[in-house]
Design a protein. Structure first.
Length: 288
C-alpha cells in the first residue's frame, strides 16, 4: 500500500490529477475529535499504509498542532512524519496532492516525506488582494499600506518561492516560474478575472483550474476580498524525475531513507558534506 498522506482540513484535499492519485486522510482538530478517536484513526492508517506523512500549515492553531504531536508521542512510533509547511493554504493543498502522486511510486516513505521540502521550492503561491493593510505574512512597505486604503486598489502578491508585492496597473509584474506549470486558483469575495485572464497567460501555464477556497485563506492573507492561486508541477513524470535526481541518504538517527538536508520523520539534519542538491537542468520552460 502507498504511504498515507494526511492534512489538517478537508479543504486541503484537492481533486486527484488522475485515477491513480489516492486521496488524503484528514487529521481532525481537538474540538471535533477526542484523543481516543484520533489515536484509533491514526492506528488504522498505520495498519493500512505502514507510514503516515502529515502536512500542516505553520499557521495552524496551537491546540491542533499539540494534538498531532500527542498522538505520535502516545503511540510511540517513528512511522509518523509531521511536516510544518510555511506556505499559504492553497499552496499546501497543491503540495499535498503532489505527495499523493508520489506516494504510489517506488519511493520509500522517508523519500516521500523529505520530498515536501524540495517540491515546495517549485510552488509559486500568491493571491490577488484588494488590500494589504492586514497582510503580515510577507514584507509590506508603508507606501503599499497607504495605497491599500485608496478605493479600487488591487495588489498581486507572491508568498513563495520569493516574496513579492506589486500594485496592479503599474509596470511591475510578478516573477513567474521558468518551467511548465498548471495553475490552481480559488475565489474569495473578489470578482476579478485577473488571475485566469492575465496572470495565467503571462506565466504560460498549461492549464488553469478553479477550486474551492480553503477556509484558512482569508485569515492567512488578511482579507476576504482575494483570489488565491498556486502554480505547480502537475505531471507525475516530472515530479518523479525531480525527486529521483537527488541523492538518497540514510538518516543517521532513525535509519530511514531520505533526500535533501533533513529527515522528514525525525527532523535530524544531514551533514552538509553529505547533502547533494538535485541535478541541474531537470526543469526548464517547455518541460512536459
Amino acid at each position: 500500500m502507498p504511504t498515507a498522506i494526511a492534512v489538517t482540513s478537508a479543504d486541503l484535499v484537492l481533486p486527484p490529477t488522475d485515477p491513480q492519485t489516492p486521496t488524503a486522510a484528514v487529521l481532525q482538530a481537538p474540538g471535533t475529535q477526542s484523543l481516543d478517536e484520533a489515536l484509533a484513526s491514526m492506528n488504522t492508517l498505520l495498519e493500512r499504509h505502514g507510514h503516515v506523512v502529515a502536512l500542516y500549515p505553520a499557521s495552524i492553531p496551537a491546540a491542533h498542532e499539540r494534538r498531532m504531536h500527542a498522538v505520535r508521542s502516545v503511540m510511540e512510533t517513528d512511522r509518523i512524519a509531521l511536516l510544518k509547511i510555511d506556505l499559504p493554504p492553497l499552496g499546501i493543498a497543491v503540495l499535498a496532492r503532489q505527495l499523493r502522486q508520489l506516494s504510489v511510486c517506488d519511493f520509500s516513505a522517508g523519500v516521500v516525506a523529505s520530498a515536501a521540502r524540495l517540491l515546495s521550492h517549485y510552488v509559486y503561491a500568491g493571491a490577488l488582494l484588494s488590500s494589504v493593510a492586514k497582510l503580515d505574512r510577507i514584507p509590506v512597505s508603508l507606501k503599499s499600506h497607504a495605497k491599500s486604503w485608496m478605493p479600487g486598489s488591487q495588489f498581486a502578491v507572491l508568498a513563495n518561492p520569493r516574496p513579492q508585492l506589486v500594485k496592479l496597473g503599474g509596470e511591475d509584474t510578478l516573477a513567474g516560474p521558468e518551467f511548465a506549470t498548471q495553475l490552481a486558483f480559488a475565489r474569495g469575495q473578489h470578482a476579478s478575472d485577473w488571475v485566469s485572464e492575465t496572470l495565467a497567460p503571462g506565466w504560460q501555464v498549461q492549464r488553469a483550474q478553479e477550486v474551492d477556497l480553503p477556509a484558512a485563506s482569508p485569515a492567512w492573507w488578511g482579507t476576504t476580498k482575494l483570489v488565491e492561486f498556486a502554480a505547480f508541477l502537475p505531471e507525475i513524470s516530472v515530479l518523479y524525475q525531480l525527486v529521483s535526481s537527488v541523492r538518497r541518504e540514510q538518516c543517521h538517527w532513525c535509519g530511514i531513507q531520505l533526500i535533501g538536508d533533513r529527515c522528514g520523520f525525525c527532523s535530524a539534519p544531514v551533514a552538509p558534506s553529505e547533502n547533494h542538491p538535485h541535478a541541474a537542468g531537470v526543469l526548464h520552460r517547455g518541460s512536459p
